[in-house]
Ligand binder design. Structure first.
Ligand code: NAD
Length: 492
């Protein structure tokens, strides 16, 4: 047993909600048992918030917004608080990373760097940005002046998934708070712990009570109550396309709140015969699908390889797969951890069965792993001879399963790549610059990678075309989601 096991044994997670600057249980007294996917052990009881708690949290957020205790601060003041918040996150990196790993099963080394590191960087970046944005004066006739200013939307609800709990929360709360909004965040019921701890750190950093509230609970209860609430001005949602559609409906049928959605994906990774570096393409294809146990919205889950190089590519790819055998998430050498819960495990195993039933050829994996630990683990799985009509090529699996397809020329690859309701990420590997740009233009996806798959930075937008959503997280563009444009005409 190593350092992380000792820390895990000593951990006491607080599952109470965070409303108006205080830890509270749900009004109803309802709680749910939060189980770790690593070994099935209980991490403690968590408040099961519902509509009554949503009413209280939204009222607290509204009161904080109306008295301008946060919105009324200058951008430079908000910046200082957010930078302190990011610093506090880094001071608590081990605690936050441990909570994240225990709660959702990802390897501890990534929880520290990708999740805590990425989320703190996001909070800092929006804090740093907010006092560098200028408003506009329109080129109107000389007899008047028209000021175009950005104002916070008001009360923002953020609903996030379980796969990167802290990172997805930070992509919403950082621009929303920096812009002066009050926020009510609902983390996933599968991984609520880090969001709750973030709210305490924000308060300690100087975010006033009521400005940042966190309500753990189930989607159909706390989530739906937020989406339907008449006093929520804007909802930032990240999750499945199925629920995203419901969110848009609920926003429309209530107060027409602004609704921004970041949804599922079935991203295509196209490797052409003139790929400049086949080993790099293999590393990216395998590393990116198995990262985070395949539970990434932008996972390149459809790999298209040009016929003439497919055999060579697969030989190299298969040699890489054993390195991703799932291990103990609390071991610092582990690169693939546990699947988030029993339901997700069943879903992914169901897709593996569908792969067999559909006639695909299993080249690696396909089974549960570490079954003796009491947790949920699946071997890195690779199916060849997949065609675009098969279920495993059409639906988002959200697990460590790669479907390999082939193509004859790049037009054929683009046609197949676009034959999906999703449009999140895509990639093309080629030495031909014109082909790369033409392919990028033809691919209906929010992000296209050329000769890489891991391009990622807080400065660039992240979001999808088609049913992968209608918003963009990250970058300065995210401010558009959480601000209103105000025009003020002045007679001069
Ligand atoms: P999900 O849609 O089941 O749940 C997401 C959140 O919505 C959770 O907090 C859940 O409690 C809540 N929710 C569920 N039903 C609700 C309802 N009726 N009303 C209001 N809220 C409700 O998704 P998930 O399983 O948590 O996450 C996986 C999905 O998220 C995948 O499809 C993945 O691709 C997607 N995702 C997208 C991005 C992106 O940026 N595009 C990033 C991460 C994950």
């Amino acid at each position: 047993m190593g350092k992380w096991h000792d820390k895990a044994a000593a951990l006491q997670a607080d599952g109470r909600a965070f409303i108006g600057g205080e830890r509270v249980w749900a009004q109803s007294g309802q709680q749910f048992n939060n189980l770790s996917p690593i070994d099935g052990r209980s991490l403690g009881m968590v408040a099961r918030c519902d509509g009554a708690d949503v009413d209280i949290a939204v009222a607290a957020a509204r009161a904080a917004f109306e008295d301008r205790r946060w919105a009324g601060k200058s951008p430079a003041q908000r910046k200082r608080v957010l930078i302190r918040f990011a610093d506090l996150m880094l001071q608590h990196v081990e605690e936050l990373a441990l909570l994240e790993t225990l709660d959702m099963g990802k390897p501890i080394k990534y929880s520290q760097s990708v999740d805590v590191g990425g989320a703190a960087n996001c909070i800092r970046w929006y804090g740093e940005a907010i006092d560098k944005i200028y408003d506009e004066i329109a080129p109107t006739p000389a007899s008047s002046l028209a000021l175009i200013t950005r104002e916070p939307v008001g009360v923002v609800a953020a609903i996030v998934p379980w796969n990167y709990p802290m990172l997805m929360a930070s992509w919403k709360i950082a621009p929303a708070l920096a812009a002066g909004n009050s926020v009510v965040l609902k983390p996933s019921e599968k991984s609520p712990l880090t969001a709750l701890r973030l709210a305490e750190l924000a308060l300690e950093a100087g975010v006033p009570p009521g400005v940042f509230n966190v309500l753990p609970g189930f989607g159909a209860e706390a989530g739906a109550a937020l989406a339907l609430h008449m006093d929520v001005d804007c909802i930032g949602f990240t999750g499945s396309t199925r629920v995203g559609k419901q969110i848009m409906q609920m926003a429309g049928q209530s107060n027409l709140k602004r609704a921004w959605t970041e949804l599922g994906g079935k991203s295509a990774n196209i490797v052409c015969a003139d790929c400049p570096d086949l080993d790099a393409a293999v590393d990216a294809a395998i590393g990116s699908i198995f990262f985070n146990q395949g539970e990434s919205c932008n996972a390149p889950s459809r790999l298209f390889v040009e016929e003439s190089i497919k055999e060579r590519f697969l030989e190299k790819a298969l040699a890489k797969v054993p390195a991703y055998q799932p291990g103990d998430p609390l071991d610092e050498n582990t690169v693939m951890g546990a699947i988030v819960d029993a339901t997700q495990l069943k879903t992914v195993m169901g897709y593996i069965e569908a792969g067999h039933a559909g006639g695909a050829r299993l080249l690696a994996g396909g089974k549960q792993a570490r079954t003796e630990t009491g947790g949920y683990y699946i071997e890195p799985t690779l199916f060849d001879r997949v065609d675009s009509s098969m279920v495993i090529a059409r639906e988002e699996i959200f697990g460590p399963v790669l479907s390999v397809l082939s193509f004859t020329d790049v037009q054929d690859a683009v046609r197949q790549a676009n034959a999906t309701p999703y449009g999140l990420h895509a990639a093309v590997w080629t030495s031909d610059l014109s082909k790369a740009i033409q392919t990028s233009r033809a691919l209906r996806a929010g992000t296209v990678h050329v000769n890489q798959y891991d391009g990622d930075d807080i400065t660039v937008p992240f979001g999808g075309y088609k049913q992968s959503g209608n918003g963009r997280d990250k970058s300065l563009h995210a401010f558009d989601k959480y601000t209103e444009l105000k025009t003020t005409w002045i007679q001069i």
